[in-house]
Design a binder for this molecule. Structure first.
Ligand code: B12
Ligand code: SF4
Length: 547
């Protein structure tokens, strides 16, 4: 049940009370994909992306309920804020579980009732015995029942209660996320959701189970209204990330939506650029790629997972080999799209040759950024079921993954360290960026500067340029390969590319050095707690430069 209030759809449960709602989003653990080392190069940036899910819940709360929003990636919620609240509302992924428990603990000390929703609790409610109300699944009938319950009482219930969505709220009825409650200038990128769900059934993935196989969609008008809502804030980031797991989950819908996005860009003088996530078979969709180029998409994250065809078949991800892999990557580059690739090690199909093949793939594909992680079995996936049946799940918190690999554990972890060190060796990394200058960046449409020409963007660009120059171009031990790639880009007038490659490489190199020193997790979803300065792998000692 939803009702419209001045362009914002809210829960329409009739309320007489005035419940004060404190939304708290947990800190995320540093990962290849969180760019935490890059923040200090940027003006005002403290976190990667605004959390869409919790912002939607904040917007959906009944109109008479005041809502405050704290993203703990920016700053911690204070005792005064917990004291202000009647209800504390939390969201998060498995990897954020320790932080979720911590927020709940602080709320309970203040005597407040805690509600948890989002991907982690939706997949594994049993992980959260300490939370008062669990919301399982997407926004829908359960959300309304939860609001009705909170209208009735905000006293902590004697026993935990669960609310599970059976009827999902159609995405067309989603409110505009409460962007107005957070300082957008503190984020590296903005977020936007067009669809939810993915038609594929990759063995390791919980998306089909959590969000369904039939992608559900927002309208083009919703998308442009959300963009306008974000643009109201001065100093917002210039890049928008489509959080859909598969931007072409419904190809026809994507094709129909893109012209509207393009028209919006043209009308407003191209104020933002876009990135998204999609399956590699997007390379077959030339019409979509052409529209993406025109609408100013910079790149996309693709779960390539492995260059080994047999392994892809075994994990039921054959859509990645619909077109030969290198040909697909080249096609995307031809449309000005830089590919970022997810890679998984520790698969049952891994052999003595896996490491060599991955290194060859990195060299030949010239993909600059790869998030290489160890396989972890997520609950609610076919992988979890298979490994459970085979007695191959291991929850020892000292391990990097809950999977008992077929190859010796130490060997798999050592291979992961060698592969990330190889991929993010500064010489190789900047050489791959240099390749992108001619292979990809040169193919991008150059948008008119009108929409982005303002003092805020200019000052952010100047701060970034100065800090890249200082921290990478002068002070870093990787300044030589940086300047080689930067000179190449500058000669072609690609100043943006120099800044982009600077901050991305800076994060990847520093994160890799921490990981090689044993200070970061190897698994895709591991919540293992790290002790700074633990051993790491002896054969990589020469790579352990200080960060
Ligand atoms: C964007 C994103 C990120 C961003 C997060 C930025 C941010 N601030 O949110 C970044 C890049 C940081 C990220 C990182 C990672 N991510 Co991520 N990410 C996503 C992605 C693609 C989109 C998230 C999103 O915005 N969704 C749209 C919103 C609307 O959906 P939602 O959050 O589920 O919210 C809905 C419901 O859950 C519900 N809801 C949500 N919260 C609440 C709260 C309450 C109280 C209620 C009532 C309801 C409710 O209402 C919403 C509307 O229906 C999802 C995939 C997905 N489809 O969601 C993966 C996903 C969340 N990520 C995942 C993973 C594994 C990771 C990484 C571990 C990957 C890695 N190897 O590094 C890292 C971990 C980061 C870290 N180290 O801490 C998994 C989580 C698995 C799980 N079940 O916990 C997902 C589901 C993808 C997957 N299956 O692989 N990620
Ligand atoms: S294509 Fe991506 S989102 Fe879809 S099931 Fe496979 S891994 Fe999950």
């Amino acid at each position: 049940m939803a009702q419209e209030f001045g362009g914002r759809v809210r829960c329409s449960i009739p309320v007489k009370t005035r419940r004060r709602v404190l939304c708290v989003f947990p800190h995320y653990t540093p990962a290849f994909g969180t760019f935490n080392h890059a923040y200090r190069l940027m003006k005002d940036v403290r976190a990667f992306m605004p959390p869409q899910g919790l912002l939607l819940i904040a917007a959906y709360m009944p109109q008479g309920w005041p809502v405050r929003f704290i993203d703990e990636n920016i700053r911690k919620a204070t005792a005064a804020e917990f004291a202000w609240a009647d209800i504390v509302v939390v969201s998060g992924m498995h990897v954020q579980a320790p932080q979720i428990h911590d927020i709940a603990g602080r709320a309970h000390v203040a005597g407040k009732v805690v509600v948890l929703g989002g991907p982690s609790v939706s997949a594994s409610p049993e992980m959260y015995p300490d939370i008062d109300y669990l919301h399982i699944g997407e926004m829908g009938d359960a959300t309304d029942r939860l609001v009705a319950r909170l209208e009735e009482s905000v006293t902590r219930p004697p026993a935990q209660m669960r609310f599970e969505t059976k009827d999902r709220l159609p995405l067309q009825d989603f409110p505009i996320p409460a962007y107005d409650l957070i300082p957008l200038k503190n984020y590296l990128m903005l977020t936007l959701q067009f669809s939810s769900g993915c038609p594929y059934l990759c063995e390791f993935c919980d998306i089909p189970n959590l969000y369904g196989r039939q992608p559900r969609l927002k309208t083009a008008d919703q998308i442009t209204a959300e963009l306008d809502a974000m643009r109201k804030q001065k100093g917002h980031p210039p890049v928008v990330y489509f959080v859909d797991d598969n931007f072409i989950g419904n190809r026809k819908a994507t094709k129909d939506m893109l012209p509207h996005l393009l028209a919006w860009q043209k009308q407003r003088g191209y104020p933002v650029q876009f990135v998204c996530e999609a399956t590699l078979n997007i390379a077959k969709q030339r019409e979509i790629l052409a529209l993406m180029r025109e609408a100013s998409f910079l790149g996309l994250f693709v779960g390539i997972e492995t260059p080994e065809a047999d392994a892809l078949k075994a994990m039921r991800k054959s859509q990645n080999v619909a077109v030969p892999m290198m040909e697909s990557i080249k096609t995307l580059n031809d449309y000005g799209l830089e590919v970022t690739s997810g890679i998984i090690l520790g698969l049952d199909t891994d052999s003595e040759d896996t490491e060599g093949r991955l290194k060859d793939f990195i060299d030949v594909s010239h993909i600059p950024m790869l998030t290489i992680n160890l396989l972890q079995a997520l609950p609610k996936t076919p992988l979890w079921d298979r490994l459970k049946r085979a007695g191959r799940l291991d929850d020892d918190p000292a391990r990097e993954s809950n999977v008992r690999f077929l190859r010796p554990y130490d060997e798999v972890v050592a291979m992961w360290r060698r592969c990330i060190a190889y991929a993010n060796d500064p010489e190789r990394l900047f050489a791959r960026f240099q390749h992108q200058v001619d292979a990809t960046y040169v193919n991008r449409m150059i948008p008119p500067a009108r929409g982005r020409l303002n003092w805020s963007n200019l000052s952010s660009a100047l701060v970034l340029a100065w800090r890249v120059l200082l921290h990478i171009g002068i002070l870093s031990d990787y300044r030589k390969p940086f300047w080689r790639a930067a000179r190449h880009a500058l000669r072609r007038g690609q100043i943006d590319a120099v800044l982009g490659m600077g901050f991305i490489a800076h994060h990847l190199i520093r994160f890799t050095r921490e990981a090689v020193r044993g200070e970061q997790n190897a698994s895709y979803y591991s919540t293992k707690v790290r002790k700074i300065g633990s051993a790491g792998s002896p054969e990589l000692a020469p790579l352990r430069k200080s960060a």
